[in-house]
Design a protein around this ligand. Structure first.
Ligand code: R5P
Length: 288
């Protein structure tokens, strides 16, 4: 497909502005359009909404404008706007943990689903929260690419899931690499503190890779790595799809693991795996 760059900037007060350049109108109206955009940080949510609306107007042929530039109206070319979300912000508020809370992941998805014809999301924390959306949603995963990278860079003998939530992802990597696999049980005390239930792991003398969907503070990985080293692991690597690395996480991780790898779903210094192949797999299915 052709690649079109849209205009996006901020007003001095921080509000967003977007525009589909006139020279892209024909392209955008002549074939399906995929917008690649994160719902993170909050400004990313606004930018995504405004871009989907602007693309929708161009495809509907609504070019009416204050300056009176012609044409003001064209035919509606019909549905065909797809949203690819490398990093879906607000994914972890996937339940109403206490009464009165917003189920933020669903709120964000419903807003996007109302203004596009399909969505592909990379390694969403808990896909169940998006059950029965009004538009088709494809959940795609970078675990095959992460397995390739780990095979080339760290050659682990053992893959560990640091909590039950990451079992399906980490075990997929273990299966692809023909590695041993186990998982830990994690209790989150608060945003910065977690505890793992002690467990015997057969990692003495082994190279281990911990695989998760995201790393935020790094607390989960650091604690899991400590447990692995206490049980004799000779090297510990961490790999995830989304590298948020909040509040000095990378320096903290440097004291606990021998290397960290992520996809480029978010810009960060450890982004060495392309998220594009996984998203392209889902988008092909959506469009075809
Ligand atoms: C939570 O269940 C996620 O899969 C990650 O394990 C978690 O978000 C990592 O957070 P942190 O790096 O702050 O421990």
């Amino acid at each position: 497909m052709e690649h079109v760059t849209l205009e996006s900037r901020k007003f001095p007060d921080g509000e967003g502005y977007v525009r589909v350049p006139r020279e892209s109108f024909e392209q955008i109206r002549s074939e399906p359009v995929i917008l690649v955009s994160n719902t993170y940080p909050d400004s990313g949510i606004m930018r995504t909404i405004l871009l989907l609306e602007a693309i929708g107007d161009v495809r509907r042929g609504d070019l009416s404008n204050y300056r009176g530039e012609e044409p003001q109206k064209l035919d509606d070319v019909g549905p065909g706007i797809y949203l690819a979300i490398p990093y879906f912000g607000y994914a972890r508020q996937d339940k109403r943990f206490s009464p009165g809370e917003a189920v933020s992941a669903r709120v964000i998805a419903d807003i996007m689903g109302n203004i596009c014809d399909g969505i592909a999301i990379l390694d969403l924390h808990e896909p169940k929260v998006l059950a029965d959306m009004g538009v088709p949603v494809k959940f795609v995963s970078s675990m095959p690419e992460i397995a390739d990278l780990l095979g080339a860079e760290s050659k682990p003998d053992f893959i560990l899931s640091p909590d039950k939530g990451a079992i399906s992802r980490a075990s997929e990597v273990a299966g692809l690499m023909n590695c041993e696999f186990s998982y830990l049980e994690k209790t989150r005390i608060d945003a910065h503190t977690i505890e793992h239930t002690p467990k015997d792991l057969d990692v003495d003398g082994k190279v281990v890779a911990i695989v998760d969907d995201m790393i935020s503070t790094g607390g989960t990985i650091c604690r899991a790595s400590d447990a692995l080293r206490r049980q004799g692991a000779t090297a510990v690597f961490a790999a995830c799809t989304h590298g948020l690395f909040t509040g000095g996480a990378l320096s903290r991780l440097a004291n606990h693991v021998d290397g960290v790898f992520t996809t480029d779903s978010l810009p960060n210094p450890r982004a060495v795996v392309s998220a594009a192949p996984a998203l392209a797999r889902g988008l092909k299915e959506l469009i075809e």
